[in-house]
Design a protein around this ligand. Structure first.
Ligand code: ATP
Ligand code: MG
Length: 339
């Protein structure tokens, strides 16, 4: 049987003082997948990454990355792993190129090979023409791209991106997604990404694990998560026709086989639960073409990941303020392991 590129079995982390940051988490990731951990602040996302990247030791459980046991062979595992922390790790006072040279040094990559790879990763994140400039002159998105390039210099098979777009504007976030997608498509890299942006998880990830309070509540493709709630919805209102005419038209719509039920909601007009997705909209128009009442507005809506999150965790995912201390701690751990 083919091994998964990441396999986690019962990963658990209890911090001193009894904080259970990650509680018996098991999952597997397939090669070439973009796998997402979606959860609010303090859910245990970074702690899971820290265990998988050998930065901290699990209290219980075990895992393999690229077939390598992270507990038995942490050094070999690290060579298979690229890690881009939640906070920027690049040095402002150095140029992009110098940052990459430094990073290549951490992996003892010899100069001639390093130059080749620096060229390669700069190309990947589209920073070739800014490589000689100091990082302090870069935009937020460019810094993050350089950060990702640093995580790629040793050609890892699996890249861990911890909140790669946190605090960036939507345009820059999209730009980062583009590069992440590119890595997956062009070099079939497996990417493990954490985020608390719903839209990001939805459009970027092949599969998502919803994590809350150290526990994975559910794991599936974004589409399956949403359809698991079972209700695709069409809202519509009438713009023309007497009440009787509207009633007659409504009866026709109700009789269509893809309509589960129709409810009347004061402000929204009619809300129909449908079984055939987006194609229900043109089908409704077609069915009532010769009917006297006319539809004024109509829209199709799928349950969003917000709805999914609420459904499986029992609460909404609030945007909380970023835990500065956690970020600082991650950075310190990162620096220690580099030396
Ligand atoms: N070194 C540590 N010592 C004690 N508690 C810790 C430590 N690291 C994390 N925690 C706690 O473990 C829990 C999970 O933290 P973690 O950083 O994994 O969450 P996260 O999902 O990455 O959150 P965020 O979205 O804020 O980055 C939190 O309650 C956090 O305070
Ligand atoms: Mg985190």
């Amino acid at each position: 049987m083919m091994n998964h590129i990441i396999e986690a079995h019962g990963l658990t982390k209890v911090f001193p003082g009894g904080i259970v940051a990650v509680n018996d988490v098991s999952f597997s990731v397939e090669e070439g997948e973009i796998f997402g951990f979606l959860g609010p602040n303090g859910a245990g996302k970074s702690t899971t990454i820290a265990m998988l990247t050998t930065l901290i030791r699990p209290t219980k459980g075990h895992a393999t990355v690229a077939g390598i046991d992270i507990l038995k062979q942490p050094y070999q595992a690290r060579l298979a792993i690229g890690y881009v922390s939640q906070d920027l790790a690049v040095e402002d006072a150095l140029t992009g190129y110098e940052n990459l040279r430094l990073q290549a040094g951490f992996y003892h990559i010899v100069k001639i090979e390093a130059l080749k790879r620096i060229d390669e990763v700069l190309e990947m994140v589209d920073l070739k023409d800014r490589a000689k400039d100091k990082v302090e002159t870069y935009s937020g998105g460019m810094r993050k791209r350089l950060d990702i390039a640093c995580g790629l210099i040793h050609r890892p098979r699996v890249l861990f991106l911890d909140e790669p777009t946190l605090g960036l504007d939507i345009q820059t976030r999209r730009e980062i997604w583009k590069y992440v997608n590119h890595l997956r498509k062009e070099i079939r890299m497996t990417i493990f990404v954490t985020t608390h942006y719903m839209d990001e998880a939805d459009s970027l990830c092949d599969r998502i694990a919803i994590i809350d309070k150290g526990i994975i509540n559910i794991l599936d493709t974004p589409a399956a998560l949403k359809t698991s709630l079972g209700n695709e919805i069409v809202d519509f209102t009438f713009s023309k026709g007497t009440l009787e005419e509207q009633e007659e038209t409504l009866q026709k719509i109700t009789s269509l086989d893809f309509i589960r039920n129709i409810k009347f909601a004061q402000e929204k007009g009619y809300i129909a639960s449908v079984t055939n997705g987006e194609s229900s909209v043109p089908a409704i128009f077609e069915a009532i073409r010769d009917f006297p009442a006319k539809i004024g507005s109509i829209s199709f809506k799928q349950p969003s990941l917000d709805d999914v999150f609420l459904h499986y965790t029992g609460h909404e995912m609030r945007e909380e303020k970023v835990d500065k201390e956690t970020g600082f701690r991650t950075r310190m751990i990162m620096r220690r392991t580099r030396r």
